[in-house]
Design a protein around this ligand. Structure first.
Ligand code: ATP
Ligand code: MG
Length: 421
């Protein structure tokens, strides 16, 4: 915290002078101790929002009070995003979707209502004295997520915290305390009172984290995934074509990890669309397989069914139309190149592939290549060669089209005539 000491101590003095306490809390305290980067400075204070606003106004570069209903005033200070929230002690109505907010009168009271011990630490400013009433430092050292009180009470106050456990496991690479896992398993169905948007936000952070496998595995093993993303655990029942390899669920997690390895092609930043497409690319399989086993005829290949299921799920989770279009397009197109293996695609078939992919072509390259890598070695090599050939063909076609587009419509004689040569 030495790096930001001048900023936070200065703000702390201003609150003290006005007769109020101020403490850095939650994410930045945790991340500073882990040596992770952070840009948000979250504070808790004894001051009421009006008072906070009065103190921040002359200090910050730009002020906003988006979270005023929750007692939060925010401002920008140089590169930092500062948010100051009045001490809270929340009273929950267990049947309602939203926590009701009541202001509290102590930092300890504010910390006890936080989700995990590693998020329930504070540093008072100025002076920078650590407040760690629930053993967050020890849990940080053991890299484990525990709740400050009984996990059952915590999750019954706010079931979203179960999703947050999976999200932080994926972000931090931490394990989750067995008592917490047990509570999540017992209470998974409670997630259904939480709004789709809040669930989605945690899911997005989980998927874009460095270790999504950890978070997803936790969701599946506790039964939360069955409520928020049922297509994923359904894959676990599904053996691959030859009933020889690991199930499609395991394959899916591997494809996701391969896609993350290939992400550099998309600029190196976590790419939600690409990752979500990897997660959903085979979700059509169980459904189509069942039709076949029923003896019911199915006319759709699993990629078409998969694209439909993807749309439906993303809609339920309130993703944007653009995200839904992009992800479902990738799911629908990811198998098409298999037909290229015979080398019988005409130029117009290649052009159609490029046109159908549209601005998703780079992501389609990533998804198909990620999908190639997990089959048995010989098949994987064959698929990879096929896709190499297709990419080369696309590149050649592009070059050709570029040449065509810059070649003038005039022939040599007409040019000589124009130039008087
Ligand atoms: P990041 O901002 O990097 O996602 P963070 O730890 O700051 O991580 P936020 O979701 O921004 O996470 O929440 C800020 C802090 O507020 C958390 O560290 C936690 O202490 C507390 N918090 C947020 N949501 C909840 C919740 N649903 N229940 C209990 N505490 C919460
Ligand atoms: Mg935060």
């Amino acid at each position: 915290l030495d790096r930001i000491a001048p900023v936070i101590d200065d703000l702390g003095r201003r609150f003290n002078e006005a007769g109020h306490e101020l403490a850095l809390v939650g994410g930045p305290v945790r991340d500073a101790m882990l040596g992770r980067p952070y840009h948000d400075l979250d504070f808790a204070t004894s001051a009421l929002p009006e008072e906070t606003e009065r103190i921040l106004k002359p200090w910050g570069d730009a002020l906003w009070d988006m979270g005023r209903d929750f007692g939060t005033i925010g401002c920008r200070k140089g590169d930092w995003v500062v948010e100051v929230t009045t001490y809270r002690s929340e009273v929950y109505d267990t049947s309602s979707r939203k926590p009701e907010v009541a202001y509290g009168d102590s930092l300890d009271g504010d910390l006890v209502r936080r989700d995990f011990t590693v998020n329930a630490m504070a540093v008072r400013v100025p002076g920078r004295g650590l407040e760690d009433p629930y053993g967050g430092v020890v849990d940080l050292a053991h890299r484990v997520l525990r709740t400050p009180g009984r996990p059952e009470d915590s999750f019954s106050d706010d079931p979203l915290r179960m999703m947050r456990a999976a999200r932080f496991a994926a972000q931090l690479g931490f394990t989750v305390d067995p008592a917490v896992v047990a509570a999540m398993t017992a209470m998974a169905e409670r997630i259904e009172i939480i709004s789709a948007e809040r669930v989605r936000d945690e899911l997005v952070k989980l998927i874009c984290a460095p270790y999504p496998r950890l978070g997803l595995t936790l969701l599946v093993e506790t039964g939360l995934a069955q409520r928020v993303l049922p297509e994923l655990p359904a894959l676990a029942l599904e053996r691959d074509e030859h009933h020889r390899h690991k199930d499609v669920y395991e394959h899916t997690l591997t494809v996701l990890e391969q896609a993350i390895d290939l992400e550099e092609r998309l600029g190196g930043e976590p790419d939600l669309v690409s990752r979500f497409a990897a997660l959903m690319h085979d979700v059509g399989k169980p459904r189509t397989r069942r039709f076949v086993e029923d003896g019911t005829v199915t006319f759709h290949h699993h990629d078409v069914v998969g694209a439909k299921l993807t749309r439906k799920r993303m809609k339920a989770l309130k993703f944007s139309n653009e995200q839904i279009d992009d992800v479902s397009k990738l799911v629908e197109l990811h198998l098409r190149f298999h037909g290229y293996g015979d080398g019988e695609w005409t130029d117009s078939a290649v052009r159609r592939y490029v046109r159908d992919a549209g601005d998703q072509l780079e992501r389609l390259h990533v998804l198909t290549r990620a999908d190639c890598t997990t089959r048995n070695q010989r098949k994987a090599d064959r698929l990879r060669r096929t896709y190499d050939a297709l990419e080369e063909r696309i590149a050649r076609l592009r070059e050709q089209e570029e040449l065509d587009s810059i070649r003038p419509d005039l022939d040599g004689n007409q040019i000589m005539e124009l130039l008087g040569i």
